[in-house]
Each structure stands twice: as C-alpha cells, then as structure tokens.
Design a protein around this ligand. Structure first.
Ligand code: NAX
Length: 327
C-alpha cells in the first residue's frame, strides 16, 4: 500500500474531532486504499482527554490508521503534515466582545500559521473550520509567507450542505438531484446561500420555489441553522460539521463532479467584486488539491446586495485584525 498521508488536526479532543478523527481513520477522506497518520494538536489541559480519544481510535483497529501522535507544540505536531485541519479555536464566552474573540483566536492562528510555514510538507493544504473561520484562515495564511495563499481554505461546506438539504425538503427532490448550490461571503449570519444558478433535476431551482420563501424563510433558516441545532441539542453541531470538513477536504483532493461545483472560502483574486486577499466563500471547482473560482456567473441586483453585505463584514474583520497587528 502507498505511504501514509500525514494529517494534522487541531482541537483534537473537542466535539467535532470526536467524529472527524474516526471518519478520517475509516478512509472517508482519502479513500479505502490510502493509509493515514494522524498528528493531533491540543492545549496542555486537554491532552489527558485526548489520550482517551486515541485509546478509542486504537480500539477501532482501523486498517488504514498507520500511526497517531499527539502534542501541544504546533512546531512538533505539524512536522511533515500534508494536510492540516484547523478545527480548534477559542469559543466566544460570556461577556467577550468581538475584539476579544478576534484577539484570542489571533494568538492561536498566528502561531499555527507560522508553525506550518516552518515545518509542514511542501505540498501542505490547510483547511480552517474553527470560528471565525474566514478570518482565522486569513490570519494563518498571512503568517505563513512561504506557503502559497491558495493552499488555504475555510469551511462553508456545512452551510452549503444545509442549503442543499433544506431545498431538498422544500422541493421533495433528493439531494443528489441538486447541483450548483453556492454560498457567498462569510461563515456567519451574513452568509448568502444563492439559488440563482442552482438546478433541481436539471430545472432552475428558482422556477420551483417562491422568491418570498427564499428571502423570508430559506436564507435566514440556512444562516441560523447552527443556532437551531444549538437550541435543540444543547451543544453546537458536531457530527455535521465533521462531515462537512470531510466533504470539503475530500473534494479538494478528489475533485468536484463534472457539471457541478461546491462552496469554499478562499483567498479572493478580486472575482465578483470581492476585494483581493479577503477569505470569502465562492462557488469553486476542485481537482488534485487545487481550487478555482467558477467565473462569469450572472449576479442579480438582489444577489449583489447580499454578497456586498457579507463582504463588508469580512472587510471589517480584516481591519480589526490589522489593528490588532495579527496580520
Ligand atoms: P470544542 O470546544 O468541543 O473543541 C475545541 C477544541 O479545541 C477543545 O478541545 C480545545 O481544547 C481545542 N483548542 C483550543 N485552542 C487550541 C489550540 N491553540 N490548539 C489546539 N487545540 C486547541 O469545539 P467544537 O464543537 O469541536 O468546535 C470547534 C470549532 O469549530 C469552534 O470554533 C466552532 O465554532 C467551529 N465550528 C465551525 C463550523 C463551520 O462550519 N466552519 C461549524 C461547527 C462549529 O461551530
């Protein structure tokens, strides 16, 4: 069998990783013939709990799991990584202002970007799930000057999958019939799930649903799905976030299907009026670890105003982290 792929994962003792690590070890990311080595990063206080997770990984006797290492030093844990999944982040706690949140996460993602820059493999790909995902990705990317900017992407796949599933429910069509879904902007309440180019069994989605439903129910429900789950479950979405992280990374390497695309937050080249350098969600096609933005889509006036609002939020986050000298 081929040499193992080195997958570094942060936040490894957290709830998303309690699903994610098992999915990766099962072969859901790189397929049934590719062994993986897990390099798991946690903060010192969580290393004990992480030992328990590693015991469970061992107890699954996964044929594809070649090795597991753990630690709290990113310069050691990221050594030789081919793929880094940055899941661990500092959640917003009571009384914390947005600036405090950006600063706490800035400390994490400046250090992790610099460590990746120093010790990751030459073919490194970096996927950021930890929130605020887009701006954390920007911070990591800006602190890794020797890694090409297009190696970084942040997750909007959970939003994309939620958007597909809610449209499937509304139209009665299976999710496999839904193509060309797009999430634009920030992974936040300002995100814009755009049905303008989406097809359902080959028919334009917008011919099948009312505009008022899209504007008043669908868009807010996709954007607030995380809060809906938190209210029902008492904790934030975890298995679905792990699933979306697997979908994102798998498609990055194995490619999007012909005639379809996915959504990823990537460093803007100025496409669709999104200022260069911002990490914003776009429709993308992928193959062999690389992505490209789907170009020349029509943008309606309604879409324009939604995209602009989310991009304005990303610009204000970028200004804030610049002022904090994190980038
Ligand atoms: P948990 O709080 O269960 O786990 C996070 C783990 O990260 C903890 O074990 C913590 O010790 C660890 N950690 C903190 N700082 C670290 C550091 N510097 N290095 C390594 N590990 C560190 O959170 P979980 O539910 O697993 O969520 C993880 C992140 O994903 C959060 O930021 C969350 O907001 C974000 N999410 C992102 C989503 C997306 O679609 N982009 C959706 C789900 C989720 O909300």
């Amino acid at each position: 069998s081929p040499a193992p792929v080195n997958v570094a994962v942060t936040g490894a003792a957290g709830q998303i990783c309690y699903s994610l690590l098992f999915r990766i070890s099962q072969g859901d990311l790189f397929g049934p013939d590719q062994p993986v080595r897990l390099q798991l990063l946690e903060i010192p206080q969580a290393l004990g709990a992480l030992d328990g997770v590693v015991m469970e990984l061992m107890d699954c006797a996964f044929p594809l799991l070649a090795d597991v290492q753990t630690g709290d030093d990113p310069e050691k844990v990221f050594d030789g990584a081919n793929l880094a999944l940055l899941v661990g982040a500092r959640p917003r706690t009571k009384g914390m202002e947005r600036g405090d949140l950006l600063e706490a996460n800035g400390a994490i993602f400046t250090a992790q970007g610099a460590a990746l820059n120093k010790v990751a493999a030459d073919d490194i790909r970096v996927v950021i799930t930890g929130n605020p995902a887009n701006t954390n990705a920007l911070i990591a990317q800006q602190n890794a000057p020797d890694i090409p900017a297009d190696r970084f992407s942040a997750l909007t796949r959970l939003d994309h999958n939620r958007a597909k599933s809610l449209l499937s429910k509304q139209t009665g069509a299976p999710v496999t019939d839904i193509k060309r879904m797009t999430i634009w902007g920030n992974h936040s309440a300002t995100q814009y799930p755009d049905l303008s180019h989406t097809t359902v069994a080959g028919k334009p989605a917008l011919d099948l649903v009312d505009h008022s439903w899209v504007e008043e129910e669908y868009i807010p429900r996709v954007a607030k799905r995380g809060a809906e789950i938190l209210a029902a479950r008492g904790t934030s979405s975890a298995a679905s976030a792990a699933g979306a992280t697997v979908d994102h990374a798998r498609d990055l390497f194995r490619g999007t299907p012909e005639g379809d695309w996915t959504s990823m937050a990537v460093v803007s080249d100025g496409s669709y009026g999104v200022p260069e350098g911002l990490v914003s969600s776009f429709p993308v096609t992928t193959s062999n670890g690389d992505w490209s933005i789907v170009e020349d889509l029509d943008v309606s006036a309604f879409s324009r105003s939604r995209i602009d609002a989310s991009v304005a939020e990303l610009e204000s986050e970028r200004t804030a982290v610049k002022e904090l000298r994190l980038i």
